[in-house]
Design a protein around this ligand. Sequence first.
Ligand code: FES
Ligand code: FE2
Length: 378
Amino acid sequence: MAEWSKNVGREPVRVKMLGQKFVLYRDESGTAHCLSDVCLHRGGSLSGGWTNGDCVVCPYHGWRYDGGGRLAYVPSEGDDFKAPRRARIDSYPVEERYGMVWVFLGDLPEEERFPIPPCEEFGDPRWRMMSTEVTWKAEAARVVENGIDIAHTSFVHPMFGRPETAQDNRILEIESGEWWGRSSNLQFPPKFKGNWYRRRMRRDRQPTNTHPCWYLPGMVARIRIDINSKMAIVMFDVNTPVDRQATRTFALHFRSFLKHGFFDKGSLKRLKKIFDEDAVIIEAAAPNHLPDSLAHEMSVGDDKFMRTWRAARRKCIEERGWKIDTDEVEKHRGRKVFNIPSPARRTDNMKWVIDTVPLVPPRKAHTPLKPVAERKSA
Ligand code: FES
Ligand SMILES: [Fe+2]
């Protein structure tokens, strides 16, 4: 996920994802576009420019690019100028959902892309929704893993658990597919503190059903907490890797009770507290990235669900080769730009001006991808 929809207008917006810079803007019809931020002329940053009609304009010498990344106009050349075929920058498929701008960063044809994760609570009047965001000084895989880790709640979040009941927590069910996984758990958190209402919501040792989910697309961690039979909370967190050290989490938070906006403030405060508690742990964890080999960490029964996420992720890396070789990119920092290849690179077979990012070569044989529609869906 690149940005909240409400933050993208006619004015170009700069976003960083996977260590690369992009520009987002809306054309005259309101359609959002995501292009590589680097101008082909002298490397100007398009996000520092402006829009003209359906084009984004480079602030350096005014070159204009359309939503498909094609050079449309060069002011110094006048109206007769015909752009050569090579005059094209990467433009990525964009889809807006849940008030978010989703971008597909890759060159797969549409039928081979993993779908945007479902969020059935969005727009449903039975839920009160709030949104917020947080930036972590941590790598995204660590953030996702924290989001689906039930066991840590007994230690890190006094609101949801306590160390004495860590042994009683139970995994009831785990199910996973190629790009998604879900689990069901039983926990015994403490009484809620606070006013009479909150104390009544949860009595001591009243079991809570928690349902964490992970999705590879968007690095989504979702968790539904059934506080009791009538009250539930859903957290839908999209964890965008900004670069190797930072993650921007776009969070949607739903509650099925106290739906008046009056209660948002307290609810947001508690959500912020949870993020703060997690940040202390994740930002200090080592190594910063998930270790390359499972042999360099130990797992126990409680980690079973996280292992489904790690396995699916590793499959993408080891069989599909879907990993940027960030060490290699780092070697060229400041001297060379790379672009993540967009789908047009497969169809527009030419020598593009900007080279594609180096990838970590797959280690295992690649099983061809079937169209997403034919695969087991979440
Ligand atoms: S660098 Fe973009 S127009 Fe010259
Ligand atoms: Fe947490």
